[in-house]
Design a protein around this ligand. Structure first.
Ligand code: PLP
Length: 395
């Protein structure tokens, strides 16, 4: 944890827990390091779905080149918080209302996810023939999974509802070859194919996406202006000190760009940009032994921090000991391997399972790390109707 967070948490009263604490100065300095590691011809967009807190979006102003939004809700929210920002609008299953909103708001890039979406856009634009839209086709292109064995290609190179198969991209090109192509101006390709990739794997993927896009564009005699190679940069929950190697990735992208003069690359990471700037902090309500195993029951739980339950990992944490024990009875405590649960009446409410702690006692504080992305905003807040956490943004 950062010094600012440590000091802030030490000063919090018990009633403030559970609490989300964000260190925005830390976020900015990490983002600046990422930006510095990337060549100028690489644009850095932030995928807002990882953490759309207004203070987080605002803190990124001037460091990121834009924001990727994947719903009408995200689009309206991000546009309100950072009105001057460039937006890339993606996401499957865009409704007529979302399309109308995006056209009203104006987006910098539109990521087309299906053949039907071209028809929907053509329909929505008939009334305004002078309006043009810069689009990328989001393609679920074939990547040689053999070279990417160690990763989960969760979204691409296999059946998925995301993006177009290459045949669908061909059909889009047929539709765009007429006058519609002057209104929907194809700038290039978007491919978000995987998540949890290290720098060398991510680079391999980027090379394959650029290569495929180049051949695709050449086939149609089209100038390829830009390729958005997606997000998915790894965050290692088992090793919170590890970081995606942006320097190596940036150097690799620079070489790739040397081979493709005139091409702009764009990235749209979420998790790897904000995971490290947020903490979920709470206190131990009870410690108990059950059939030979120890459990610490924490105030809050996976309805606030669902990440470990959805991803199946132990959320890394630090125990902050509290000396005072105001009660006349013996303080519940455990040593060695302990399972950290929340207050929900389900066995799935586990934040970390059978993890070593020196000692953990009722009233101690627990600070979970890597809680700045896909944490509060993906959690099922109303299940069991416990009160929400408090939120704190350190400037
Ligand atoms: C979720 C998402 C991202 C961001 O992914 P991370 O794993 O958070 O980096 C980028 N692009 C698209 C299209 C997404 O759906």
């Amino acid at each position: 944890m950062t010094a600012a967070v440590r000091e802030f948490v030490a000063g919090l009263d018990s009633e403030a827990f559970p609490a989300y604490v964000y260190d925005l100065a830390e976020l900015r300095s990490q983002l600046e390091a990422v930006r510095t590691a990337l060549p100028p011809r690489v644009e850095l967009y932030y995928a807002a779905k990882a953490n759309p807190e207004a203070a987080v979006l605002t803190a990124m102003r001037g460091i990121v080149d834009g924001y990727e939004v994947s719903s009408g809700g995200e689009l309206a929210h991000v546009h309100e918080v950072v009105p001057e920002a460039r937006l890339a609008f993606g996401g499957p299953g865009k409704t007529a209302a979302e399309i109308a909103l995006a056209l009203r708001t104006g987006v910098h890039r539109w990521h087309v996810e299906s053949v039907q979406e071209i028809h929907q856009l053509a329909g929505a634009l008939t009334a305004t023939p002078d309006v043009t839209l810069d689009i990328l086709l989001r393609v679920n292109l074939p990547v040689t999974a053999g070279s990417l064995d160690s990763v989960s290609l969760a979204m691409g190179g296999r059946p998925s509802p995301f993006g177009l198969d290459p045949e669908g991209a061909d059909e889009c090109m047929r539709l765009l070859s007429g006058p519609l192509g002057e209104q929907l101006r194809l700038q290039g390709i978007n491919a978000h194919l995987a998540s949890g990739l290290g720098a060398s794997e991510q680079l391999l993927l980027a090379e394959q996406i650029v290569e495929w896009s180049k051949l695709f564009a050449e086939h149609y005699g089209h100038t390829l202006n830009e390729v958005n190679v997606g997000g998915g940069m790894a965050v290692d929950y088992a090793d919170p000190g590890a970081r995606f190697d942006w320097t190596a990735f940036g150097a690799g992208l620079e070489k790739l760009l040397d081979w493709h003069p005139g091409l702009t690359l764009r990235l749209e990471p979420g998790r790897a940009l904000t995971a490290y700037c947020g903490w979920y902090v709470t206190e131990v309500l009870d410690v108990k032994r059950s059939h030979g195993e120890d459990f610490a029951v924490l105030k809050g739980g996976t309805h606030h921090l669902r990440t470990p339950a959805t991803k199946g990992h132990d959320q890394p944490f630090t125990v902050l000991p509290v000396t005072a024990w105001p009660h006349p009875w013996q303080r519940p405590a455990a040593r060695g391997l302990v399972t950290l649960t929340g207050q929900l009446c389900t066995p799935k409410d586990v934040l970390a399972s059978r993890v070593p702690v020196g000692v953990i006692r009722a009233a101690d504080r627990v600070l979970f790390e890597l809680a700045g992305a896909y944490a509060w905003n993906i959690s099922h807040h109303n299940f069991l109707m416990h009160p929400p956490p408090t939120f704190h943004f350190l400037p």
